[in-house]
Unconditional design. Structure first.
Length: 212
C-alpha cells in the first residue's frame, strides 16, 4: 500500500524504493529490456500514466545490488530501462545498477521528466553519475495535449538523447514506429500494463495492476 507523504525517500542511498520491476518488456525502449519503476515523483504531470508511483512513500525497498542481480540473471534482454516515478530522485542507487549492467555489455535507457539541460547544470553528483551510466536518455515532462504515437515517448515534446552512442538517437521503434501496449500476468495474478496505455484502459485494469 502506498501513502502520500512529503518524504523524498531514497534519493541519496544505495537502496531503491521500488514501485515495480518487470524482467522482460518489448515496449519500454529499443529491444527487449528489463524495466525498473521507482516510487516518487515531484513533477505530477497532468495525465501521468503512473499516478500511483508519484507519492514519496515506502513501496518495496531493495538494494541496488539485488536489482542488478535480477537484471543480469535474465536471459535474452538488451538492457534495462529506468522509469517511474522520477529516476533522478533515486539517482545514486540507479547509477549503481546501471554501472553494473553496463559492465556486462547491456545498455541503459533512462526516462526523466526533467530536461537534459537542467540535469547537466544542476550540480548534483548523483544526477551526473546516473547520466554517466545512461546510454539513451528520454527527457521532458509528459504534456497531455502533446500526446502522440511515437513508441518511445508519451508526448511529442520529449526527446531521445544518445549519451554514449551505444543506442542511436534515431533508433527505430520495436513495432515499426507503432505504439503498442503490453500485458504481463504474474503467477499470483498481478497484471502489469505497460507501454503508453490510455487512462480509460488503465482504469479498467487498475485492480491489482502495475503501469509503465
Amino acid at each position: 500500500m502506498v501513502f502520500p507523504t512529503s518524504d523524498h525517500g531514497c534519493q541519496h542511498r544505495r537502496e531503491l524504493n521500488l514501485a515495480g520491476f518487470l524482467a522482460r518488456s518489448a515496449v519500454n525502449g529499443p529491444g527487449i529490456r528489463a524495466v525498473v519503476w521507482v516510487q516518487g515523483c515531484p513533477l505530477r504531470c497532468k495525465g501521468c500514466f503512473n499516478q500511483a508511483f508519484q507519492p514519496f512513500s515506502p513501496a518495496n525497498v531493495v538494494s541496488a545490488d539485488e536489482i542488478a542481480g535480477r537484471i543480469l540473471a535474465t536471459q535474452g534482454i538488451d538492457g534495462v530501462t529506468f522509469s517511474g516515478g522520477e529516476p533522478f530522485f533515486q539517482a545514486d542507487a540507479l547509477a549503481v545498477v546501471g554501472e553494473q549492467v553496463r559492465e556486462q555489455g547491456y545498455t541503459v535507457v533512462t526516462y526523466t521528466g526533467y530536461r537534459y539541460e537542467h540535469l547537466l547544470t544542476a550540480g548534483d553528483p548523483g544526477w551526473d553519475r546516473l547520466l554517466g551510466a545512461t546510454d539513451l536518455l528520454i527527457d521532458g515532462p509528459y504534456i497531455e495535449a502533446l500526446a502522440g504515437d511515437d513508441p518511445h515517448t508519451g508526448s511529442s515534446n520529449q526527446r531521445l538523447i544518445s549519451l554514449s552512442g551505444r543506442i542511436p538517437r534515431d533508433t527505430p521503434g520495436n513495432q515499426d514506429h507503432c505504439r503498442m501496449i503490453e500485458f504481463s500476468i504474474a503467477p499470483d495474478g498481478m497484471t502489469t500494463v505497460t507501454g503508453f496505455p490510455g487512462q480509460d484502459l488503465v482504469r479498467q485494469v487498475s485492480t491489482g495492476s502495475r503501469g509503465g
